[in-house]
Design a protein around this ligand. Structure first.
Ligand code: 2P0
Length: 317
């Protein structure tokens, strides 16, 4: 048995598309920031007396199919066949659409790995977690993280305490999204005329993000983050049928960020496969950014997150 806590991560250079669906290898690399919150806390308990995997999410029995796939991988590595009970809780309501498969699968993979006594520094853990969800390996590490396109592995770019930035999260809508990321990515790769351009132009964004992080150059990092975000959404919008993840409040939030910048505040937006707006800024600017977003029409709530640690074992239970 083991319990793990993991924070969500937000991609600055985005992942969208796969080059190998079985190993879940991405078509593009990504750069992300792991946050101190929200996140997921997961306990995995293997029990020889249990006949099927059980998955309880936020105190409700849930479909265990994707959980079982990860557990099967871990069981195969450890050479055991025991089934498991998995109890998972997100630190924001799953229905808010912020609870992330990234923190969920990082917590699940590491908890199962630790419960069966496998070594945490074994790179195979990353492969197991990535097959659960392509963005999840990034939550195994803290701070700024790169996920490599070729190997599917992750490496730390900057520790959480090394750069005092904030990510201000504006929640713009409640309820689940129309199309999940997995189906959306497959559709984009198959039908979006912009998908080849998205893949071809990605390496330059990765290089610019690495350079900006090395130099602690927030305007440059913010600019490449917005460029990557808008290219991803252009690719999504040109998918057939189109993937519309934005809502009116999403655009209102983006306008708020652009207005802040015109007023001299260093703030840059990103959006994922959903309607929320996430804004990167220096720690000192976070109160002003949060207040402006909270006053934006359609924004239902604002939270200020810091760079956070990677997934960690917090106890047997
Ligand atoms: C990201 N997203 O880099 C991008 C930006 C959404 C938009 O990673 O199929 O849930 O499990 O590998 O990781 C969401 O995709 O997809 C995602 P799978 P995942 O954060």
């Amino acid at each position: 048995m083991a319990t793990v806590e993991a924070g969500i991560n937000v991609a600055l250079v985005k992942y969208w598309g796969k080059r190998d669906a079985v190993l879940n290898l991405p078509a593009v690399g990504s750069v992300s920031l792991t946050l101190d919150r929200p996140g997921t806390r997961t306990t995995v308990r293997f029990d020889p007396a249990v006949s099927a995997d059980r998955f309880v999410l936020d105190e409700v029995e849930a479909d265990a199919e994707r959980v079982t796939a990860v557990l099967d991988d871990v069981r195969a590595r450890a050479g055991v066949s025991w089934r498991a009970e998995v109890f998972s809780a997100n630190t924001v309501p799953t229905a808010a659409g912020l609870a992330s498969s990234a923190s969920g699968f990082a917590a699940l993979g590491l908890a199962a790995w630790a419960a069966l006594g496998l070594p945490a520094d074994d790179p195979a853990l990353v492969d197991v977690v990535r097959r659960g969800s392509g963005s999840a390996p990034r939550s195994l590490l803290g701070g700024l993280v790169e996920l490599d396109r070729e190997t599917g592995g992750v490496r730390p770019l900057l520790a959480p305490e090394a750069w005092d930035v904030r990510l201000v999260i504006a929640v713009t809508a409640l309820g689940p999204k129309d199309v999940g990321s997995r189906a959306g990515m497959a559709a984009s790769a198959e039908t979006s005329p912009y998908f080849p351009a998205w893949v071809a132009s990605h390496a330059a964004d990765m290089a610019e993000a690495r350079r900006a992080i090395d130099a602690r150059d927030l305007p440059a990092l913010g600019a490449v983050m917005e460029h990557s975000t808008l290219k991803m959404h252009a690719c999504m919008l040109a998918t057939v049928p189109p993937l519309f993840y934005w809502r009116p409040a999403t655009l209102a939030g983006i306008e708020t960020v652009r207005a802040l910048r015109r007023d001299g505040v260093g703030a840059w937006f990103t959006c994922d496969a959903g309607p929320h707006v996430k804004v990167l800024c220096a720690a000192g600017d976070a109160p002003r950014v949060a207040a402006a977003l909270a006053a934006t029409e359609g924004v239902r709530g604002v939270d200020v997150a810091r760079p956070g640690p990677g997934a960690r074992v917090v106890g047997p239970c």
